[in-house]
Design a binder for this molecule. Structure first.
Ligand SMILES: [Zn+2]
Length: 294
């Protein structure tokens, strides 16, 4: 995970990234959100779509409305339902009359503690997009690309007119994506990376961090990084069976203490994936879960 760049950041300002794409940064910087969530306004004519409206912060919703101006909002689209992405959808829908379209709502089977931004339980879409389904406006077409892994309901959106892909939290330039079980799934995440590698998108606009201008190169690197992590985990288990916390000092040297829970969950996600593939097993010793290779 990378450090956050020095202030000032363009919080609340609409930045024109390409003729059809404007970006508005929300005021929610943190070790998990980098400089904050980036909301995208798509379209340059009478109607626009808003991707990832962000946290329910009045100041951010006002900034989105300023960027929209006189245009009609024809869709509010969420990549997934972490609390830094979707809570502004409902108030924005109320103010604009626009439908909420995009990822499915998420029903968690458990209520375990999680290090990532928690899930937004208020999210209620008017229409769920399946993989390949489209939303169209004047001069823009957005196609849903199902990319489960970071969350089970994660979608990317491809802007057909420019070749841009809105990657949400699936692929970001500043950091690797956090995959937190039980909803986050490392096996799905790897398949979703491979899915992007097989595409030829020109640029990625992620929900956090700068635009990615060499997307396939980045995705290839991420696939390699995760495989390396997996090999490291197997090596450490071969040295000695161990608890999740005993992987961290070897795998994440000099990690910001606040990010240790996220790192532990990421290692757990790898271990569960290895378990599913019959490459690892767990046992309980004195109340602690111990992982070993099989
Ligand atoms: Zn997220």
């Amino acid at each position: 995970m990378a450090g956050i760049p020095p202030k000032p950041w363009p919080t609340g300002e609409a930045e024109l990234l390409e003729p059809l794409v404007r970006r508005v940064l929300a005021p929610n910087p943190s070790p998990y959100t980098y400089t904050g969530t980036q909301t995208y306004v798509i379209g340059a004519e009478s109607d626009v779509a808003v991707i990832d409206p962000g946290p329910n912060e009045p100041e951010h919703i006002d900034a989105i409305l300023r960027a929209v101006g006189d245009a009609q909002v024809s869709a509010i689209m969420c990549t997934h339902t972490h609390r830094d992405h979707s809570p502004a959808a409902a108030p924005l829908a109320e103010k604009t009359g626009a439908p909420i379209v995009g990822c499915a709502p998420l029903v968690l089977k458990t209520d375990l503690p999680r290090a990532d931004e928690a899930f937004d339980t208020t999210y209620a879409p008017d229409r769920v997009l399946e993989d390949g389904e489209q939303m169209r406006g004047t001069g823009w077409t957005l196609t849903a690309v199902a990319t489960p892994g970071h969350t089970s309901n994660h979608l990317c959106f491809a802007l057909e007119e420019s070749g841009a892909l809105f990657t949400g939290d699936h692929v970001m330039g500043w950091s690797t994506s956090v995959v937190i079980p039980p909803d986050g799934d490392m096996g799905d995440y790897m398949l979703s990376l491979e899915k992007l590698q097989a595409r030829d998108d020109a640029v990625y606009h992620a929900a956090h961090g700068a635009a990615i201008t060499k997307p396939r190169q980045l995705v290839r690197g991420m696939i390699g990084h995760r495989r390396q992590r997996e090999n490291q985990i197997i090596r450490l288990m071969n040295e000695q069976p161990r608890a999740v916390s005993a992987f961290i000092p070897y795998m994440y040297k000099g990690l910001d203490e606040r990010l240790i829970p996220a790192a532990e969950m990421s290692v757990t996600a790898h271990l569960i994936d290895l378990e599913k593939r019959s490459l690892a097993a767990r046992s309980h010793e004195a109340g602690v879960e111990i992982w070993r290779t099989i």
